[in-house]
Design a protein around this ligand. Structure first.
Ligand code: HEC
Length: 152
């Protein structure tokens, strides 16, 4: 049986059409993540800016001072305690916090870090906290969910 040439090319056409659709409706927002442009990508971008800003009054410190490369790298505190990179954070929260003896969400952790530098943490459910959490979560794109897992 002779197969119609148009039919033969159908799979290629579908792949090209899909590629164009994805390419046009999912422009890059923050460096590493592809989210459909709209309120969520706006929040991620706002969070990325906050990550680099001294807005929280942490004595000149920013999130990036301790979690460099926009959170993609870790560092260490003066006492040698490890500061984790954040590319895994959204995949391992919520997690149990033994010292506080309660479940810690990503929002709790972000507010805790700001408290550590004597800054003023944004309120729960505020646009600012949600933006930072959206940005930090965007770093976990592609990571396997491992609730309660260990920082990297
Ligand atoms: C003075 C250094 C310092 C600053 C500034 C800081 N952090 Fe942290 N961060 C830490 C340390 C240390 C940890 C490890 C857990 C702990 O001790 O609370 C941590 C843990 C985290 C985690 C959990 C990561 C994981 O994989 O378990 C997140 C998320 C986080 N920080 C976000 C932020 C954000 C967002 C900011 C800015 C608002 C910030 N941090 C500012 C030191 C800092």
């Amino acid at each position: 049986m002779k197969i119609h040439p148009w039919f033969c090319r159908l799979p290629t056409l579908l792949v090209v059409a899909f590629g164009l659709a994805v390419g046009t409706s999912f422009p890059a927002s923050a460096d590493n993540v592809q989210v459909e442009s709209g309120p969520l990508s706006d929040a991620i971008l706002q969070g990325q800016k906050l990550f680099m800003s001294e807005k929280f009054g942490g004595n000149g410190k920013t999130c990036n001072s301790c979690h460099p490369d926009g959170g993609k790298s870790g560092s260490a505190l003066p006492d040698g305690r490890k500061i984790p990179a954040l590319h895994n954070a959204a995949a391992i929260f919520p997690r149990y916090h033994p010292r506080k003896d309660r479940i810690f969400t990503l929002s709790d952790q972000v507010r805790h870090c700001i408290g550590e530098i004597k800054g003023k943490p944004p309120e729960y459910a505020s646009a600012e906290l949600n933006a930072i959490v959206s940005y930090v979560s965007s770093l976990s794109e592609g990571q396997t969910i491992d609730l309660g897992g260990l920082p990297k």
